[in-house]
Design a protein around this ligand. Structure first.
Ligand code: SF4
Ligand code: SF4
Length: 368
């Protein structure tokens, strides 16, 4: 395993971190606990030393499962990260209440890396109003957390404002991949955070899995010597400012593949020709992408039964293959886009800022 310096935190972290948002599932939709635990332990045995979860992942089951996975000596062998669900924090004392609940779920007496989850403009205001940075510092002084950071979804100007909000930040977590270079924090945000000495974690290096199975138009940009996943991960590892990346792995095979890719990763590993291929791939991808959904499912459940990420997955296939390539998948949905009531509950939580109800109208108009 390759290890990389994590900003000024004084830690060295494996190039690959384990994201616990997309554990393998059973047919009934519950997490396949035996397989998930075995994957977490296998990753640690192979040198992964950063495990990332959050309060809402798998409807609260991710933290609890991780608490069980890290028994038998595994907790001592890895750094553990989780996040404060800031959208649920309504008054100052909620901060500590959630933190204590998370320590309990994770069966540990401290969290190594604690983040304010998915900060954006609105949540920055809440962070200010409820003095959450001060609460983070007090929790660090009390030994309940070791390092303070935030994850982020918004535009780069907001990202810079958050960084400048306090000198207590030690690290940040951003969505980044070869498609999102100029969206969210993007290249500009990475440079800014690095100049301030923050450790930088990349999430969604595969854009919610969309870069793992490319349309043939996009795939043709790349050399066939590597898989689409390896191309996507290498793009992130190539950048020296980035500390490491998180992958939300859903099967033992994905884990094994990523471990091999991480073993041969290095900053500065890509030549000019390869970098040009990413730019070309992005150009084609952008032309055919209909909606920026990463499939994170934060918006679920929809109160009216729409499977939002599945409908959006079908819509993106429409961009590549046209109506005939998507009709069957669309019609397999029992509740279709025209059933959207426009309540916008999903829009309040979507980290990509997608105007879901408007997109549903467009899909309904296209698919009839
Ligand atoms: S806006 Fe539409 S898709 Fe979103 S939660 Fe409401 S009904 Fe469901
Ligand atoms: S619509 Fe937004 S919240 Fe829902 S799955 Fe897509 S990116 Fe995630």
């Amino acid at each position: 395993m390759q290890y990389r310096r994590f900003g000024n935190t004084g830690t060295e972290i494996s190039a690959l971190g384990f994201g616990c948002m997309r554990f393998p599932l059973l047919e009934d939709g519950r997490v396949n606990e035996a397989e998930a635990i075995s994957m977490v332990r296998r990753a640690i045995d192979r040198g992964v030393n950063y495990i990332d979860t959050a309060y809402p992942y798998h409807q609260g089951e991710s933290e609890k499962l991780l608490g069980r996975a890290l028994q038998d000596g595994y907790r001592e062998r890895t750094y553990l990260a989780t996040k404060c669900p800031i959208w649920l924090v309504e008054e100052e004392q909620d901060f500590e209440r959630f933190l204590d609940e998370q320590l309990d779920r994770l069966q540990t007496d401290h969290i190594d890396f604690y983040l304010l989850h998915a900060l954006d403009r609105q949540r920055l205001e809440k962070m200010r109003a409820l003095h959450l940075a001060d609460h983070m510092v007090r929790a660090r002084e009390a030994g309940k957390i070791r390092h303070i950071g935030f994850s982020f979804h918004d535009e780069v100007q907001v990202f810079k404002e958050i960084i400048d909000e306090t000198d207590q930040w030690e690290f940040c977590q951003i969505q980044y991949n070869y498609i999102d270079r100029y969206d969210q924090a993007g290249d500009e945000g990475i440079r800014y955070a690095a100049e301030k000495g923050l450790g930088i974690i990349v999430m969604e290096p595969l854009l919610g899995g969309r870069l793992a199975s490319l349309s043939e138009h996009v795939a043709r940009c790349f050399s066939p010597d590597k898989t689409p996943v390896e191309h996507a991960l290498d793009f992130v590892w190539n950048q020296k400012e980035i500390s490491f990346l998180l992958s939300g792995m859903s099967s033992p095979q994905q884990l094994e593949d990523n471990l091999v890719y991480a073993d041969r990763s290095a900053a500065g590993m890509l030549g000019e020709e390869e970098l040009a291929a990413y730019a070309k791939a992005k150009e084609i991808f952008d032309r055919t992408s209909m909606v920026d959904c990463t499939g994170c499912a934060y918006c679920m459940p929809c109160p009216f039964g729409l499977n939002i990420p599945e409908l959006f997955r079908a819509y993106n296939r429409y961009g590549v293959y046209g109506e005939s390539g998507v009709r069957e998948a669309y019609e397999a949905q029992t509740v279709r886009s025209d059933q959207c009531r426009g309540c916008r509950k999903c829009e309040q939580i979507c980290p990509q800022g997608i105007k879901v109800s408007e997109v549903m109208k467009k899909i309904a108009a296209l698919m009839g």
